[in-house]
Design a protein around this ligand. Structure first.
Ligand code: NAI
Ligand code: MG
Length: 335
């Protein structure tokens, strides 16, 4: 088994080495290959995603990615390396599970998965501004193909993850063509999986319930943009951005990454929460490498570490430990 490791920018350089240490503790034979991408990489190499990185990622078919520091204004030569990587490895679905862990910032009883389409919608990033600079448009693309395959994948994963209900989220009342197509095709495919219950919600209503009563959700299936937003909302119930993992999945490759970004405000201080990165590795083990036992071992160790009272400063100020100490405790709790 081979893993392409891309720490990227900011706290990616701290939490990814933590996650790799935990992975090596349960899979001593894993072959780790380090690669470069991100904003710092643009500054040193002239590109945010060098060809060697892409080649290595494609060869390993498994990637652990930290974060990239994406400026919110155009920078010559910059594009998001993670969006490009997801596209190149055709990881057409993304799953973000949020499950309660015993930290004061989390909400008891929450245990849900946001499953989203990962290749199209507004994230094809096709934007245009007219010559006056006063009007811009962005294209939202929804296709039958992409919706079909992500829906099949969602229902198959629901079976594997022992989920009982999938809520399809859209805004087909306002966008009857694009979101209407997503809704129609998703419901069509859902009908083939009678063992899993299906319902649907408009995205604004889903956002309301995500805040008001997150325990009512089991699994959400939605398009790219809504999934991005709803999964960050869900992350708040999981104890914060530092807690929640992601797995991008395709038919032949997977990219594990924490939900959070490069967090420049805390980078370099050894205080970042490595939980999201560590749990991302567990997802890779379970859903890509089919190593359920090791995945569970890591998840149990994280749970035990919190139960023992270890935590980083983002979830509780008093008695917070460093990124490294928290990681040492997770490794000690593996058994
Ligand atoms: P962010 O997730 O980096 O940080 C948001 C807040 O959460 C900050 O206060 C940060 O300190 C805190 N935080 C995040 N992860 C944490 C962790 N593991 N432990 C403790 N605290 C944590 O989002 P923000 O500030 O909007 O973006 C910063 C940069 O990261 C931007 O350049 C943005 O474009 C990029 N970004 C990259 C992503 C990716 O590569 N997948 C995803 C989100 C943002
Ligand atoms: Mg996001």
């Amino acid at each position: 088994m081979e893993l392409c490791v891309i720490p990227g920018d900011g706290i990616g350089k701290e939490v990814i080495p933590s996650a790799v240490r935990v992975l090596q503790a349960v899979m001593p034979d894993i072959q780790i290959h380090h690669a470069n991408a991100g904003f710092d990489c643009l500054k040193t190499t002239g590109t945010p995603l060098p060809d060697e990185t892409l080649k290595l990622a494609a060869r390993c078919r498994a990637v652990l990615f930290g974060a990239s520091d994406s400026p919110s204004f155009p920078v010559e030569g910059y594009y998001s390396p993670i969006i490009q990587l997801r596209r190149r490895l055709d990881t057409y679905a993304s799953m973000r599970p949020t499950r309660y862990l015993p930290v004061p910032t989390a909400r008891a009883g929450v245990d849900l998965i946001v499953f989203r389409e990962n290749t199209e919608d507004l994230y094809i990033v096709d934007e245009q501004t007219d010559p006056t600079g006063q009007s811009s448009t962005a294209s939202k693309v929804i296709t039958r193909n992409a919706t079909e395959r992500v829906t099949h994948r969602a229902y198959q994963l629901a079976r594997q993850a022992n989920r009982k209900k999938i809520t399809i989220v859209h805004k087909a009342n306002v966008l009857p063509q694009s979101d209407g197509l997503f809704r129609r095709v998703a419901l069509e495919v859902a009908a083939q999986y009678s063992d899993i219950q299906t319902d649907e919600l408009l995205v604004d209503t889903a956002a309301y319930w995500m805040v008001k009563e997150p325990t009512r959700f089991d699994m959400i299936l939605t398009s790219n943009m809504y999934g991005d937003i709803l999964s960050d909302m869900a992350a708040a119930w999981g104890g914060g951005l530092g807690m929640i993992p992601t797995l991008n999945i395709g038919d032949n490759a997977a990219i594990a990454e924490p939900v959070h970004g490069a967090a420049p405000d805390i980078a370099g201080k050894n205080i970042a929460n490595p939980t999201a990165a560590i749990l991302s590795v567990a997802l890779l083990l379970r859903y890509h490498w089919k190593r359920e036992e090791q995945a569970q071992q890591i998840e149990d160790a994280v749970q035990k570490t919190f139960e023992q009272g270890y935590h980083t400063v983002d979830v509780k100020k008093e008695n917070a430990v460093s990124t490294d100490t928290f990681t040492d405790q997770v490794i000690a709790a593996l058994s």
